[in-house]
Design a protein. Structure first.
Length: 507
């Protein structure tokens, strides 16, 4: 299998196959033809010594400084070296991999004026799993992700470091093993590599993929909680959700009804109580709203994944070259801030369900699900940990996109902070996964107390899968290990839904 890139049709599903299933990517012939025509225009401009930003001029505040054609290659190399100012821990390899994919796809639109060889280099690194070491911090999210993308460009020219075959090493060591020669950048190419939004978009793409899976998992875990608390199924009735009209809300309710369709642990209104607390009764409304946000985020990501975001852009075989601002990350900054809020809410409502599972004033279960209340604390401090994580999420969910700070001597006087937003979104999702792991541990214990034989067919299967990861709480132990083990399982989840559930997932 192979994913063909043409600069305009890459989807999140395609990207997922390349990033996580390691399918190879290749450029379409038509897109390479566009690239070659665009490159011919750049070479013509250099020979004619026309004044074109970033080709025959300096950058940013230096845009009025003319560059001689014999210095074109030096200009591009100096750009990469001087702009590689990233700091902090490196992005995960999946993000570095996504940056290679997205940068290649953007250049294949044929508006950037690079040589075909440069795109071949990006794809060779991607397909041979040579992943540049790219520090996470240092981008303002406008003028492109200059610092992180400069570190990507460093690797293409044989400098910097890469991850290869499970090891962090100097780039040249990896290239020698892979039998790849570094490229030498020439006119426009350094600028075309770094003037884009691929760091924030790559981080956002990985965050979205994980958030989507987490949203499905949150419903499955919530279903176990409903059984553990003998929840009322009337609140998930189809007519209630159709009456409001949000499709995502209706979909969540349908999936919950399916998960619990033959459960003997759920109740009807008036059987034990008239209605449940909001954290149970309003699962479709709250989770459904998060699904609405995920749909918005996906739409913006797929536009940006296929966007020309460098500057200047070359149109009509070079007859029209325009300096603009497509590198400004505001659309992705907003989307990532929105994603943070949606993921944080999944954690918020999950933590309230945890409280209902462990608080003896809110249920008829053993206090804190303890095997010996008083002598053993059970899940008491697991709720503390969840509360800490949701509070941290509230801080991280503050929008990065409302901030700006001028740079480049005020030439670049409004920036998006989109890369910060995407990084924080990823942190929120990581925190949320751990909150859901804690809810799952508590729900497993509650369902076990009620009698697993009375659980639904679906939740019983889920229970058995999770019990392979987290054993029953028979006595106090270091629960941190359980949380981390289940968190790791959720991240790579091997539990495969049946055919009906697959259909519900694609509603």
């Amino acid at each position: 299998m192979m994913v063909t890139l043409d600069g305009s049709s890459l989807t999140t599903a395609d990207a997922q196959r390349v990033l996580f299933d390691f399918e190879e990517a290749a450029a379409s012939a038509e897109s390479m033809d566009r690239v070659k025509k665009s490159r011919a225009a750049v070479e013509r401009m250099v020979q004619e010594e026309k004044t074109i930003y970033g080709i025959t001029t300096g950058f940013g505040k230096f845009s009025d400084v003319l560059i001689q054609k014999e210095d074109a290659a030096a200009l591009q190399l100096n750009l990469i070296l001087s702009h590689a100012c990233g700091v902090g821990d490196p992005f995960p390899e999946s993000v570095s991999r996504a940056m290679l994919l997205l940068r290649a796809n953007a250049l294949l639109k044929g508006f950037s004026g690079v040589r075909a060889e440069l795109i071949d280099q990006l794809l060779a690194y991607l397909n041979k799993r040579i992943h540049p070491v790219i520090p996470q911090q240092g981008s303002l999210g406008a003028s492109g992700d200059l610092a992180p993308l400069s570190h990507l460009a460093l690797a293409l020219i044989g400098q910097g470091e890469v991850f290869f075959e499970g090891t962090r090493m100097p780039t040249m060591a990896a290239l020698e093993k892979a039998r790849i020669e570094p490229v030498v950048l020439t006119s426009k190419e350094g600028l075309a590599l770094i003037n884009g939004t691929q760091a924030m978009t790559a981080m956002g793409l990985i965050a979205y993929i994980e958030a989507e899976k987490l949203a499905f998992q949150s419903e499955r875990i919530a279903s176990l909680t409903i059984e553990g608390l003998q929840g009322i199924m009337d609140a998930f009735d189809e007519d209630i959700h159709a009456a409001r009209g949000y499709q995502e809300q209706m979909d969540v309710a349908e999936r919950i009804r399916y998960y619990l369709s033959d459960s003997k642990l759920t109740t009807v209104q008036g059987e034990l109580r008239v209605q449940d607390a909001y954290s149970i009764r309003c699962i479709p409304q709250v989770h459904g709203a998060s699904w609405q946000t995920l749909a918005y985020v996906k739409e913006k990501l797929e536009i940006e994944m296929n966007a020309a975001t460098d500057n200047p852009l070359i149109f009509h075989d070079g007859s029209k070259i325009i300096s603009g601002g497509n590198f400004h990350g505001q659309p992705i900054a907003f989307a990532m801030d929105f994603l943070k809020i949606a993921a944080a809410e999944l954690a918020n409502i999950s933590e309230r369900r945890i409280e209902r599972l462990v608080n003896p004033q809110l249920n008829d279960l053993p206090p804190f699900l303890s095997p010996q209340p008083g002598l053993q604390s059970g899940a008491m401090i697991m709720q503390y940990a969840a509360a800490s994580l949701v509070s941290e999420n509230k801080t991280l969910a503050h929008p990065a996109s409302v901030d700006s700070i001028p740079s480049s001597a005020n030439q670049e006087d409004h920036v998006s902070m989109g890369t910060i937003a995407s990084r924080h979104a990823y942190q929120v999702i990581a925190n949320t996964r751990r909150v859901l792991a804690i809810e799952a541990i508590c729900a497993l214990q509650a369902v076990e107390y009620r009698g697993i034989e009375n659980a639904s067919t679906y939740t019983k299967q889920l229970f058995l899968e999770m019990r392979k990861i987290v054993p029953s709480i028979q006595e106090d132990r270091v629960f941190s290990y359980d949380i981390e083990h289940l968190n790791d399982w959720l991240k790579k989840e091997s539990f495969l839904p049946d055919q009906h559930h697959q259909k519900l997932m694609t509603n």
